[in-house]
Design a protein around this ligand. Structure first.
Ligand code: PTJ
Length: 282
């Protein structure tokens, strides 16, 4: 842990603190941009409202996303500083399971940081990492940020791009190029969330392990089964269900009180009821 900071195992927010420490450590090692720490705080806020767990709606999106990756000819996973610091192991494992390429693509672009991220991924067992330095020699049209620079063998060629924890300009530009975009973003209102073909409203630290398990189960399924998973998924409806859940969960807190002792189990029961109502309703 950074600065020998010890997180007591029984701390009520131990898991959340451990994730924060990973990012701070990633920043100190030169992987994460300073703004990446702010981005994480934004995500934490939405995760709090979601109850810090994978909702069944998010799991549905994760399953559809895996089916899309497996059906794609050239799936690419785009990695930024936050993603590398939080889940380098999972990126490598998922890429291998669905046979996807991996490309480093940064908003706050610097060769030093790109090389560090590539080195981490290499150390985790990934042989080819695209997008570093002048290898990113193609450009995404109509995108002014430096994220427009992409690999001609990777994102430029891809039919499907999986990305996480990013602001919205690139998703829109990729969609306008005719690509499928799968976005992992805790904020269902973000432009990334709204522009993506499949939006996974879940924390990347939960989403990727789920997606690895799903991919291990689906990778030998025939294309017909994968296509039926994909066609039965509706991203717009899924986002609405998540926002509906968030509203109703906040309403419970407003009506029942936030800080009463012994509320946790009661809230869990109410949440389950809300989820089954939302699933049953549409
Ligand atoms: O490494 P770089 O240079 O590419 O920089 C990347 C950052 C993260 C700084 C850049 O993409 C950025 O500024 O992102 P934003 O605009 O803050 O958007 C980040 C989005 O990711 C927000 O909608 C957050 O809610 C969401 N988010 C943050 N942490 C997580 C997350 N979503 C899923 N899992 C998380 N752990």
């Amino acid at each position: 842990m950074t600065n020998n900071f010890h997180i007591p195992e029984n701390h009520p927010r131990a898991e959340s603190l451990r994730i924060r420490e990973k990012l701070i450590e990633g920043f100190e090692r030169g992987l994460v941009a300073l703004a990446g720490l702010i981005a994480h705080g934004r995500g934490e806020c939405f995760d709090y409202i979601l109850g810090e767990k994978t909702l069944p709606f998010a799991f549905e999106a994760e399953k559809a996303a895996v089916a899309m990756m497996l059906l794609s000819k050239n799936p690419v996973i785009s990695v930024n500083g936050n993603v590398a610091a939080l889940c380098a192991d999972e990126i490598v494992k998922f890429a291998k399971t669905v046979d996807a390429k991996v490309e480093v693509n940064l908003f706050y672009r610097s060769l030093k940081r790109e090389a560090k991220i590539a080195e981490i991924l290499k150390n985790k067992g990934l042989e080819v990492i695209l997008g570093v330095g002048c290898e990113a020699s193609s450009e995404i049209p109509n995108l002014s940020s430096l994220r427009r620079k992409v690999s001609p063998k990777g994102i430029f060629l891809a039919d499907t791009v999986l990305l996480a924890i990013e602001d919205g300009d690139r998703t829109e530009a990729l969609r306008k190029m005719g690509k499928n975009v799968i976005a992992i973003d805790l904020n269902p209102f973000s432009r990334t969330a709204l522009w993506a073909s499949i939006t996974i409203v879940d924390n990347v630290v939960r989403a990727l392990p789920n997606m690895i398990k799903i991919a291990e189960n689906l990778r030998f399924e025939d294309r017909f089964k994968l296509k039926s998973i994909l066609t039965s998924y509706n991203n717009c409806e899924n986002l609405c269900k998540i926002v509906d859940f968030m509203c109703r969960r906040l309403k419970i807190f407003a009506e029942k009180g936030l800080l009463k002792p012994n509320m946790t189990s009661k809230i869990e029961v109410l949440e389950k009821r809300i989820i089954s109502e939302i699933i049953g309703e549409r």
